[in-house]
Write a protein that binds this ligand. Structure first.
Ligand SMILES: [Zn+2]
Length: 400
């Protein structure tokens, strides 16, 4: 039996105590635990939280570590999509190398689970997915990666994409992605029929990017909810961004949020500074399971972002005008246990019997830990120390 005793940590910023891990699970939490026959680590009084959850990102897009990219364009969503699809090969964007760089930095910053979309389009076939599958295998035991097959260039508007999505879901993708069924696919009925058919065929959840604003987005969201109800897929459907839930008509939004909660539809937000994001507080108050994510970082779309969930939490906190400690605690929960529930990982908590996925964070309190810009003192995944002071410490694994 493998054992690790961590001395002097403060679970959820409570009183200092010890935490014993046996075979990758939390076995005991208490003061003065017996260390005989056990490897021991000293947490130095740091706060411990369940591992951070990156609930929405694109590991196949980042240019992190590559020469600075000066070719970013303005324009509408379609321009950005086309620019990326046309630039990937000329830029030499190797998905395995880039997704390793991105994921390893998320690990160093305390992330235990990642939900990552991967582009499926008729120019690239499944090569981008293959690069990401290699990364998932290389990082097994260091981070859990869920892969969403994502029709970034559209599902209905590019014939052949549906068949590739079908293949991707057979080849290891975990989740059926989607993109703006009305404004990109121009045919929400056909687009959603196809998306839900793939989910039913493969028995896999759905996660749809919905950037459509205002009443158009609300219309599409209602169509998503109708199908969720008709197919009995409560708890299996996620909506990323959901900008329509941030529209000014508060009565309309409240009604939509009630239906989202009733159907257990998960919402994923990156706190986009340019868009009308749904209120994190309103979603959580209604009982909606919510995750937050960095979305793309330093890619052909934009230069912004860091592979760090606390950095993202600060952006989401500012976007939601969070100031009070209880709001920052809600935010931190959404980046850890709450986000885990949203991506379908249950029991992600500092409790006896739970997986020993935990992160030490700097700060006096949980609220302080959200805003403090400091390396994570220690990151533990499945009972193993994988990073110290913000640096990976796993033999044989080197960030490319
Ligand atoms: Zn995205």
């Amino acid at each position: 039996m493998s054992k690790l005793l961590i001395r002097n940590l403060r679970p959820m910023a409570g009183e200092a105590c010890d935490l014993l891990i046996e075979d990758g699970r939390i076995a005991r939490i208490g003061k003065g635990l017996d260390a005989s026959g056990t490897a021991v680590e000293d947490a130095g009084g740091a706060i411990a939280i369940p591992g951070l959850i990156e609930a929405h990102t694109h590991l196949d897009k980042t240019l992190w570590g590559m020469p600075w990219y000066a070719g970013r364009k303005g324009g509408v969503l379609q321009d950005l999509i086309d620019n990326e699809r046309n630039e990937r090969i000329p830029l030499g964007l190797d998905v395995h190398r880039q997704s390793m760089r991105h994921a390893l930095r998320l690990i160093e910053n305390g992330t235990s689970h990642i939900r990552s979309h991967v582009d499926i389009d008729t120019d690239h076939g499944l090569i981008l997915l293959e690069g990401k599958l290699r990364t998932r295998e290389a990082l097994a035991g260091l981070v859990d990666i869920q892969i969403v097959a994502f029709p970034q260039s559209g599902l209905m508007v590019r014939p052949g994409t549906y068949e590739l999505m079908d293949e991707a879901l057979s080849a290891g993708a975990d989740i059926v992605g989607g993109l703006d069924p009305s404004s990109i696919d121009r045919d929400p009925k056909a687009s959603l029929d196809a998306t839900f058919a793939l989910a039913v065929k493969h028995g896999k959840p759905i996660d749809i990017h919905l950037h459509e604003p205002g009443e158009l987005g609300a219309f599409t969201l209602e169509m998503i909810m109708e199908r969720t109800r008709a197919e009995g897929l409560q708890g299996m459907v996620g909506v990323s961004h959901g900008f329509c839930l941030g529209m000014p008509d508060q009565a309309r939004v409240a009604s939509l949020i009630d239906q989202v909660a009733e159907l257990d539809i998960r919402i994923f937000s990156n706190g986009s500074p340019k868009a009308t994001c749904p209120s994190l507080q309103a979603l959580r108050a209604a009982g909606v399971k919510v995750g937050i994510g960095c979305d793309g970082i330093r890619d052909t779309w934009g230069p912004w972002g860091q592979p760090d969930m606390l950095h993202r939490a600060r952006i989401v906190g500012m976007k939601n005008s969070m100031r009070r400690d209880d709001e920052l605690e809600l935010l931190l929960d959404t980046a850890s246990s709450g986000g885990a529930a949203a991506i379908g990982v249950d029991g992600h908590a500092l409790e006896i019997g739970a997986m020993a996925d935990l992160t030490l964070v700097a700060g006096e309190t949980l609220a302080h830990a959200v805003v403090e810009e400091a390396p994570r003192p220690m990151v533990i995944k499945g009972g193993k120390v994988v990073a110290r002071a913000g640096k990976l410490c796993v033999e044989g694994v080197v960030a490319p």
